[in-house]
Design a protein. Structure first.
Length: 365
């Protein structure tokens, strides 16, 4: 009996594509705090200020209550608090974190030491590279970063409009975490005034700081704004391009990755025979998803955003069994038919739309 196809995955992918802007308008924020006011819990979740009742606030120090309010002011879809004892070890908490938070979210630490900051950077880099996660960390003055999933905030001081007044830059991390997690996929982080701040101490050279992969704020006619919506990526090369220096581009990349990965895992992985007809149904479903992303202008509708069987990868994978000479005689159709074990080799080409941030306007008279 032949396989009957994959209607569920097709419908799911179309639905994910159609709802991408809505889902991407509010991300999940994860804030790690140090607090031993109440040691009966490790994780807590809040969706708005209304959730932060007097009973909930009694679990934290006043400083941490303010940090939680700062994050929620950015209106993320959800805030996950991860509590550690002030004398605890961050590594222990991070090992628990993976099982509690979604694969695509923003993470920060309040009042982090330099070592804790660098440990979080290492954790995120490792989780992305080895565990199929798409975490993004907002950190303050990391020792080393240079990564598209690390946003390195570096202003030395910020002045809050509330009673806190001027503070060192690290005190702004919770608010900026909520701001970035709550930012819609259809705009850049430079689009909104940061009303929380009266002013900031700018770096000596804004342009140099941005080019160094620093996320910096500046004073713009009495308002505080993000200078450029960039992550810490500086080093580009094979498969790593300048586009990936932009937070907005990486957000869309991570949304697409997470949608495809989780849908594959839930609806397809291990459930269907690995032969060409089933692969083509999967490919068709992903391409339908891309078409929906084009309608939302997350992908460029003028570009051919398509996925297909990776002919060269599948050809190479067949060589150990059939030999290079035999495989060399196969045309592309034959290679596509010769699936390999449990492996599905796909490749795609997409163009993610960035926001309009720069203008060149020459007027001649």
């Amino acid at each position: 009996m032949s396989d009957i196809g994959l209607p569920k995955i097709d419908i799911t992918f179309k639905g994910l594509g159609a709802s991408a802007i809505r889902r991407g308008s509010k991300g999940v924020a994860v804030l790690i705090i140090k607090d031993d006011t109440n040691t009966t819990f490790t994780f807590a979740e809040y969706t708005s200020i209304a959730d932060l009742t007097s009973e909930e606030q009694s679990k934290y120090t006043p400083e941490n209550v303010q940090y939680i309010k700062d994050v929620l002011e950015g209106t993320p879809s959800k805030l996950i608090i991860a509590r550690m004892n002030p004398t605890g070890t961050l590594a222990d908490l991070l090992s628990e974190l993976k099982g509690k938070i979604p694969m695509n979210c923003w993470i920060s630490i309040a009042d982090a030491t330099q070592q804790e900051t660098d440990d979080l950077v290492s954790f995120v880099k490792s989780a992305v590279a080895n565990d199929n996660k798409r975490y993004k960390a907002l950190v303050y003055k990391a020792t080393t970063s240079d990564d598209m999933h690390i946003v390195n905030f570096t202003n030395s001081k910020v002045k809050f409009k509330d009673v806190r007044g001027e503070q060192t830059g690290d005190k702004a991390v919770p608010y900026l975490l909520g701001y970035l997690a709550g930012l819609s996929l259809d705009m850049s982080s430079i689009a909104k005034v940061l009303d929380k701040f009266e002013s900031v101490i700018e770096p000596d050279n804004l342009e140099a700081a941005v080019n160094n992969g620093e996320f910096v704020l500046y004073n713009d006619e009495g308002e505080v704004m993000v200078a450029r919506g960039v992550n810490s990526l500086v080093t580009t090369g094979q498969d790593i391009t300048d586009d990936m220096k932009f937070i907005l581009i990486v957000e869309v990349m991570d949304l697409i990755y997470s949608d495809i990965f989780t849908t594959w895992k839930k609806f397809y992985k291990g459930k269907y025979k690995n032969y060409l007809d089933n692969q083509m149904l999967l490919i068709g479903a992903i391409n339908s998803y891309f078409s929906e992303l084009e309608k939302s202008l997350l992908l460029d509708p003028e570009f051919d955003n398509l996925v297909s069987v990776d002919i060269e990868a599948q050809r190479e994978a067949n060589i150990p069994k059939y030999g290079a000479d035999v495989v060399a005689t196969w045309d592309d159709n034959k290679v596509m038919q010769m699936t390999v074990g449990t492996n599905v080799f796909l490749s795609g080409n997409i163009k993610i739309l960035n926001a309009m941030e720069d203008i060149q306007f020459n007027i001649y008279m």
